[in-house]
Design a protein around this ligand. Structure first.
Ligand code: 1BN
Ligand code: ZN
Length: 370
């Protein structure tokens, strides 16, 4: 009998040891993953940025069809964009201008939106994106498709949708009123007929709508929604507004998004921020490495297939965090150095002149020798 109890005790002890060992090993990694998720959820639980809303808004723009200047699609895109903003809270201006494109007069329209409560005696910042899409998909690998239109899910719609969502939450949840959302027409038609790049932003940067404003900085969003995006530091932004670039990239890294916001360099890219930099406003471009990572750039495949809510969330959460912090940093903003934009080609011209001189010298020497 005594022996029996001893054996039962032993068996129970062995079973308990085996069970607890199994429990410990099976639950440890699980608990780790669980705590990582809840840690992440905790980190972002106070954030308002809604990636699903943004994804749907990209899809709605793509569903309108091609949105090149003067098209029915771009007219509908204007209605879609403005319908996202509550008319009692937002003032919307349309900056109309006419351009000749392939002998045709085209009416282009930049859209300028600001909270009605904006205090014009204080400085404002700009969130920028282009809303036109390219008429010709000249980078499409299929020669038959090179003159088909680009759907512009990433190149066009993504920047618009992220900027709209950020504008709405800054006003609704952070009481931020001193900013504008500016959506440019006619950015993306360069080298089609006699058309140039950046037509809308150039017009805006030379207009009283921009020149008479009291502005602190600008952030351009271009191609911010594709899967596996990498946002390297764009060289025109870095050379002219490195404090702002660092503010945003540091914020992304503090949220653990260093895989998306890389400290490598890219470009310089001649994008919609350049006309504003030329006028002295510190303006940066958050742009995917098109052609390298974003391979669907200027092809008929720039559609919803490659749009990813994770990329959208990374960009949105980073900017929500960075901008909600920045609006209270009046000293940082007022100390942003003014821009004296130098075109990289002009900057490198002394080097080109020296090279030309060296070539000429060696040529003359050769001649003298002969
Ligand atoms: C940005 C998006 N851009 C065009 N689509 C600007 C650009 C123009 C970039 C030419 C590279 C070359
Ligand atoms: Zn483009």
């Amino acid at each position: 009998m005594k022996m029996g109890i001893k054996t039962t005790n032993k068996t129970i002890i062995i079973l308990v040891v085996i069970w607890s060992t199994l429990f410990l090993f099976s639950s440890l990694p699980f608990k780790q993953v669980e705590s990582n998720i809840s840690e992440k959820e905790n980190t972002f639980s106070n954030f308002k940025f809604n990636d699903t809303y943004v994804y749907d808004l990209i899809r709605k723009q793509v569903d309108l069809g091609p949105r090149y200047p003067g098209s029915e699609g771009i007219e509908n895109a204007r209605h879609l964009i403005t319908s996202q903003l509550n008319q009692t809270k937002w003032k919307i201006d349309f900056q109309n201008f006419t351009e000749i494109w392939n002998t045709e007069n085209i009416t282009c329209v930049n859209i300028i939106c600001e909270p009605k409560e904006r205090n014009h005696s204080e400085q404002a910042f700009l969130l920028l994106a282009h809303y036109d899409t390219r008429l010709w998909a000249n980078k499409d690998p299929d020669p038959q498709k090179k003159k088909d239109p680009v759907p512009g899910a990433n190149d066009g719609a993504s920047g618009v949708a992220v900027a709209l969502e950020l504008g709405k939450i800054l006003l609704d949840y952070y009481n931020s009123t001193n900013f504008q959302l500016v959506f440019f027409d006619a950015e993306d038609q360069g080298e089609i007929y006699d058309w140039n790049w950046l037509v809308g932003s150039r017009y805006y940067a030379n207009s009283p709508d921009f020149l008479n404003e009291n502005l602190s900085f600008g952030i351009l969003l271009d191609m911010v929604g594709a899967e596996d995006a990498v946002f390297k530091r764009e060289r025109n932004s870095w050379n002219n507004a490195k404090e702002l670039v660092s503010w945003i990239w540091d914020e992304a890294h503090s949220l653990n998004f260093q895989n998306y916001f890389s400290t490598s360099f890219f470009g310089p890219i001649h994008d919609d921020h350049v006309p504003l930099l030329e006028k002295g406003l510190p303006t940066i471009d958050i742009i995917d490495e098109f052609g390298i990572r974003f391979k669907q750039w200027h092809t008929t495949s720039d559609n919803m297939t490659f749009i990813d809510t994770e990329t959208i969330a990374v960009v949105g959460l980073t900017l929500e965090s960075a901008l909600s912090g920045l609006i209270n940093e009046t000293e940082f903003i007022s100390n942003l150095p003014s821009v004296n934009f130098q075109n990289p080609i002009i900057l490198s011209s002394p080097i080109i002149l020296i090279l030309l001189w060296a070539v000429k010298r060696s040529y003359t020497r050769k001649k003298d020798f002969n």
